[in-house]
Design a protein. Sequence first.
Length: 760
Amino acid sequence: MTQKLAPKPTAGGDPPARPAGAGGPSQGRLFARSAGDALTVDGEVVRITYSNDESGFRVIRVKVDGVADEKTLVGVFPLPPPGTRVRATGKLTRDVKRGEQFKVETLLTVAPATLAGVERFLGSGLVPGVGEAFAKRIVEAFGESTLEVLDHDPTRLREVPGLGQKRAQQIERAWEAHRAVGAIMIFLQSHGASPALASRIYKRFGPRAVAVVSANPYRLALDVWGVGFKTADRIAGSLGIAKNAPERAQAGVVQVLHERAAQGHVFTERGALVELSARMLEIDEGAVEVAIDSLIAERRVRSEAALRSVQGAAIYTPALYDAEVLVARRLSELVASPVIGRPLDALVERVVADFEAASGVSLADAQRAAIEAAARSKVVVVTGGPGVGKTTIVRALLMLFDQAGLKTRLAAPTGRAAKRMTEATKREAVTLHRLLEFDPKTRTFTRGEETPLDLGALVVDESSMVDLELMSALVSALPQQARLVLVGDVDQLPSVGPGAVLRDAISSGVVPTARLSQIFRQAAGSLIVENAHRIHAGEAPVSDRGQDGEFYLVERKTDEAAADSLIELVTQRIPRVFGLDPTRDVQVLTPMHKGASGTISLNERLQAALNPSGPSVKIGARTFRLGDKVMQLKNDYVREVYNGDVGIISKIDQEARALWVRFDDRQITYEEGDLEELTLAYATSIHKSQGSEYPAVVIPFTMSHFVMLSRNLLYTAVTRGKRLVVIVGEKRAIGLSLAETRKEARSTALGERLSQAVRG
């Protein structure tokens, strides 16, 4: 039940007058009610206890009408300066440590209701250079007409002694902005946007928010992180946009393209796009055809009908079309253009001899061939599974480039991969975003065609993780004389982002490729490595016997039985037998999110078993607790934490609803508005594990995962483990995955474009 305590506030100016004492008895009983009751309160903001502009989370003290003591309101809402009147809906919460708080669900601001409130408002620091003294002068100058002057004739502020034209203009702008924010929040919340969503919308569009959302609410699904098409569609319906409106059909088509890109596809064949869009929008396919034609005419999507590998036309978003064309052009130019400067062929024999003498390693024929290819060509791919000597090749190539006098840089897609590359080569490796000098303010790279990288050779490790748009930025920044070496395992799952760049480069047939397959003696004794190669060849993995092995198959007949055994393995048997920490050292990798052995259920059970109590913050259905293992869900280039990074919660501030996560040697702060970027990570999807290595991995693999099972999925999961791999599940599921040789088919034409560009 929601208790109404005062007349509804207006969007600006004074609230309607109330009889003296109105709301007093109800308000007096308000904070004596049970926690969890839905309530609406009116009052005046006294002070700001905590405020974070990035997340929108605030803690404020309010003099609630009819209540003697000041009360604490917490939540995500626009900043209301002291002196502002607010109407808030929400629920009471009580905590032993923090006491009584009112958790805000919606908060609307109106103008200050009293002269004292106006004075506090203007003197709150809202306007630079206007403190309590000037605020007092303004109120003394205009008295009860102060609000009318601010609303309708702010130029009169110059009449205030000592205020001056500059301060008067600052006050005028601040007052207009305050009224605008209030109006925007009222508008957004009245059309179904939560306070947190309204705050994100305002943060994205600023004063234009009402105009943008009114004109095209579907922009929210594309431009505001965390807003899906359904949310935008609900707001559109509230605004009166019809289900069969042309703009809705066009927005739906674009949304499907973005959803497909999130699944890794660079384009969507037109027939499939029509079918998917019509199903999502629940409209006729003819209306979708019209929408696609309109989008093509307006160049809001791109259509490509000349691809041999596509039946009909391929429909792209403009960004992915431009990226694919650019990568094909730049790579083909590098492949086809002659080497500039000193030829490296003559150095190979001496470099190989020097490297073997220095390292004590005898290079195999395939490794020598890889070095020769890198000496002859400006672009080369080095690929192969675990234990085949890819890192050895990189170290030898560094010696080759050094002797040739080339300035060489090392890079990888993620911080974890760059760190491993640094450890393996004893040379500095950086993330690709740092190499390309990402600018968080403009969200673009400083390095590009006009400002190329200063290097003669670039070696990129874990290149199977590089998606199309990142590769587009990379090749744009390469100077014409540069050499590019792409190192990675093409048999792993492709990048999280759209495209399959490494796979396409190899399949084009025009990029020199060294595929390594021989397992070397330092890895030959590893059953993990041997089983990875068995899986790659379509053969069933074999299990160790006894308690001192490194690869085990634990057969269970059902999804539920596999989940029960997995919990026992992670929490008891592996820590006891192998001495591994169940949170820090053991990672569960599963094919799916749902089901008894999916990430959602397993994370809840593992958290309950490994970290059942302690300081916590709850966001939606998720509870984050001190000591929890968590994963970042989106790339944050400002803080340099990336999709798939795993860390441990090292500190929690329950009052501010903030927490700190330690990723290796760095600690990152998360305010309440940032918490949706995190999820529990005791169990993660196999897709999210790309580029990572863990001391131990435990993999549920059952027939309930039927739709996801494939050979490269199992191969990727197994190759994540360094010391221990345990598969829990059904032999039938393993057999099915070995028989399914699809390479997670993705709609991409980079290979075809590369081949056409080089071969004419």
